[in-house]
Design a protein around this ligand. Structure first.
Ligand SMILES: [Zn+2]
Length: 130
């Protein structure tokens, strides 16, 4: 018998999981975790305002996505509400079939990011001359 929550095998003579009290089952159901395999990163940013914009753009377009970063498996999935402060860059991942549409939707944000990079380089060059 297996506990569907703990995914641990137990001897046949018990029917409840000693750890969590869940009713044991004869075979484990398929893992109920989101499948991140095959997801493609369409946008990466560490700017919180852009993270929120990207999130709402994708939601408006009905594109299923995951946002993940250091130590964060999913920000918006799994019923997590609200928005916690994040340190570091966040990857927006979508299914391969949605990649093109997502990139189109996020094109404005992606261009912003490139502009920022160019500005930074320009400033750096100027500083070097002095
Ligand atoms: Zn259990």
């Amino acid at each position: 018998m297996y506990c569907p929550k703990c995914r641990v095998k137990y001897k046949n003579d018990i029917s409840l999981c000693p750890d969590c009290g869940e009713l044991l089952v004869e075979s484990l159901p398929p893992a109920n975790k989101p499948d991140y395999h095959g997801m493609v990163v369409v946008y990466t940013t560490s700017d919180q305002s852009k993270i929120l914009i990207a999130k709402s753009l994708l939601e408006d377009a009905d594109i299923k996505f995951f946002a993940s970063g250091d130590g964060i498996m999913d920000l918006f999935g799994a019923g997590r509400l609200g928005f916690n402060p994040i340190v570091g860059a966040i990857d927006f991942k979508v299914k391969p079939e949605d990649e093109e549409e997502a990139k189109e939707i996020l094109a404005g944000l992606i261009e912003d990011e490139l502009d920022d990079d160019l500005d930074d380089e320009y400033v750096d060059d100027e500083e070097d001359e002095y």
